[in-house]
Design a protein around this ligand. Structure first.
Ligand code: TYM
Length: 345
């Protein structure tokens, strides 16, 4: 049962990004940007989900460095370790342990119907690990350990959030909480903002911008230098129609790039749409490139400073590990008790 003494003073938020490859505009605009605004109103936990990163083949020589890089990007994007708890998932063993407990109450067919599993499994061919199938249960453990009220993510994570809610409600609370007034796990809500929730590929406006797309021209990473950003936008797919607009199903590229412009320029959708309504692609692309370069410039500068000081970064993660472990440990004990495990002092 959720004990009043451990109930947080402010509503809780948890989210994370995998340290696989370079983070891109979709990760920033769909997720991390929204985390920044929640730091004052909520108690926030942001983890680098390195255990998720090994659900597909990975390079052990890069994992630790990529974990630090991702943490540095969180801070460069405006996450303040004084206000938020920033940590690496694998440093808090409660994540793996709760994942196991939840595995044993989660029906296999719930996992087999996850869209991301089906998509990723298709790409892996014969090489699909149990971990890839189990990915959403680990994600549920991440969220449920912190009694999170809100989980800010991009649109692609909606199904995983629903799964986490179902596991908490139907498979743990309904089965193991004797009193429905006192649930064992908090049922979280997704926070998916309309703007930026689904940033599309630069070379195909109907496909999501993704770290795993083999074509690097499909995405702008947060650390791309200005000339690379300009080149990728120059080569981005267009259509033969004059003028940028939102919401035309025949023109997914126009919708996507105008949406990016609205966000990176700070103009917002209405003003951006008005400014670009009669603009040709030839005039629009340099505008978008410049606004993107300018939006990323301060972030890249902060990143450079943070990344050149790994000792400070590691201290942030050590402190985060301590704070996260304290909260996660309480939830884990609650679940262990509810499932009937022996408790020894
Ligand atoms: P990852 O690393 O794939 O994505 C991190 C975040 O970026 C969002 N995102 C996008 N948003 C808009 N447009 C895009 N093209 C785009 N691509 C990615 C994702 O929705 C996500 O919010 N499974 C999670 C990681 C995770 C997690 C968690 C998240 C593990 N445990 C607990 C929240 C809570 C994921 O998608 O990672």
């Amino acid at each position: 049962m959720i004990q009043p003494s451990t109930a947080p003073a402010r509503p809780r938020v948890l989210s994370g990004v995998q340290p696989t490859g370079a983070l891109h505009l979709g990760n920033w605009l769909g997720a991390i940007r929204n985390w920044v605004d929640l730091q004052d109103s909520h108690e926030t936990f942001f983890c680098v989900v390195d255990l998720h990163a090994i659900t597909v083949p990975h390079d052990p020589k890069r994992l630790a460095e990529d974990t630090l890089t991702t943490a540095a990007l969180y801070l460069a994007c405006g996450i303040d370790p004084q206000r938020a708890t920033v940590f690496a998932q694998s440093q808090v063993s409660a994540h793996s342990e709760l994942c196991w407990l939840l595995n044993c109450v989660t029906p296999l067919n719930w996992l087999e119907r996850m869209i991301q599993f089906k998509e990723k499994a298709l790409k892996q061919g014969d090489n699909v690990s149990v971990g890839l199938l189990d990915y959403p249960v680990l994600m549920a453990a991440d969220i449920l350990l912190y009694d999170a009220d809100l989980v800010p993510v991009g649109e692609d994570q909606k199904q995983h959030l629903e799964l986490a809610r179902d596991i908490a409600q139907q498979r743990v609370n309904a089965r193991y909480a004797p009193d429905p007034e006192h649930p064992i796990l908090k049922v979280p809500e997704p926070l998916i903002l309309r703007e930026g929730a689904r940033v599309m590929s630069l070379i195909d406006g109907s496909a999501k911008m993704s770290k795993s797309d083999p074509n690097e021209g499909s995405r702008i990473t947060l650390l791309d230098p200005p000339e690379v950003i300009t080149r990728k936008i120059k080569r981005a797919k267009t259509d033969p129609v004059m003028g940028l607009e939102f919401g035309n199903p025949e023109r997914p590229e126009a919708d996507n790039l105008l949406g990016l412009y609205a966000l990176v320029s700070g103009l917002g959708r209405e003003q951006a749409a008005a400014a670009c309504a009669s603009m040709g692609w030839g005039a629009f692309k340099p505008l978008l490139a410049e606004a993107t370069v300018e939006a990323l410039r301060p972030l890249q500068q902060r990143y450079g400073e943070l990344r050149s000081d790994p000792a400070t970064l590691e201290a942030v993660l050590r402190d985060g590990r301590e704070r996260a472990s304290a909260v996660a440990g309480v939830t884990l004990q609650r679940v262990r008790r509810a499932l009937g495990f022996l408790a020894l002092n």
